[in-house]
Ligand binder design. Structure first.
Ligand code: ZN
Length: 247
């Protein structure tokens, strides 16, 4: 325990992520939703990070391209109200927004491994606050690791954008081919709750019950909030290449 070990981005680690349907299935066959999720939230609440850090189901959307890492930015054109995560060149100035507990053999500790980044200012501000709680963050990843859930469950930085959800909206994510070259991306869009059929959804990000938020229902008041994706229709399947969509 002690100071935080923040690892470098690893293509192999990212590309080893399973699809969301497999991850969701694993967790539903165990006690995750009854017990482990509450243990992780207890560590998050103890660290004072319940408004800044949520629990994410770890899953891939596409392969990380060589020299690049999945990075979230504001959408453009028809996607201007969305958050879009796609491969982007690795630069020095990056904010991690999706984190995994990874056992660091060399140091014999549970370390924090970034899986996705953001180029959006709101995330950078949140990350600066999170890094002031290094000991708490370390304790959270130790909890996930000791529960044996490190390949299934990680941490999501909750503030991603200045865009506030409306009173009848939730974030819904979907793997899509975007841009003129139709490259793969994860597109997160605000969707009217009344239009969302929750039985058809997998929740991919959970927020602490300490936020007075019901994690299984939608959250009108939360600007960051849980995120959902469609269970059916291959709208959220992991795509095996990072280049153009081949149809
Ligand atoms: Zn996803």
């Amino acid at each position: 325990m002690g100071s935080l070990q923040l690892l470098e981005f690893s293509h192999d680690r990212y590309n080893a992520l399973q699809g969301i349907v497999e991850v969701d299935h694993h967790l539903r066959t165990g006690t995750f939703f009854d017990r482990e999720l509450h243990e992780i939230f207890a560590a998050i609440d103890d660290a004072g990070l319940s408004r800044l850090v949520g629990v994410a189901l770890l899953h891939g959307h596409f392969d990380a391209a060589p020299g690049q890492a999945p990075t979230q930015s504001d959408g453009k054109g028809a996607l201007r109200d969305c958050l879009v995560t796609a491969n982007a060149p690795v630069t020095g100035d990056r904010t991690p927004v999706l984190l995994k507990a990874a056992y660091h053999d060399g140091a014999s500790v549970w370390a924090v491994a970034p899986l996705e980044y953001s180029a959006i200012a709101a995330a950078k501000v949140a990350w600066a606050h999170i890094m002031k709680q290094e000991a708490g963050l370390t304790r959270i990843v130790e909890t996930i690791g000791q529960l044996g859930l490190d390949d299934l469950v990680g941490l999501s930085v909750l503030p991603r954008t200045d865009r506030k959800l409306g009173s009848d909206e939730a974030w819904v994510e979907q793997t899509s081919a975007v841009g003129d070259d139709m490259h793969w991306a994860n597109v997160v869009a605000a969707q009217r709750v009344s239009d969302v059929v929750f039985g058809d959804m997998i929740q991919t990000v959970f927020v602490s019950p300490a936020q007075d938020i019901n994690p299984t229902a939608c959250v009108p008041v939360c600007d960051v909030g849980p995120t959902f994706c469609n269970r059916y229709g291959q709208m959220h399947e992991r795509q095996s290449n990072h280049g153009r969509r081949h149809t």
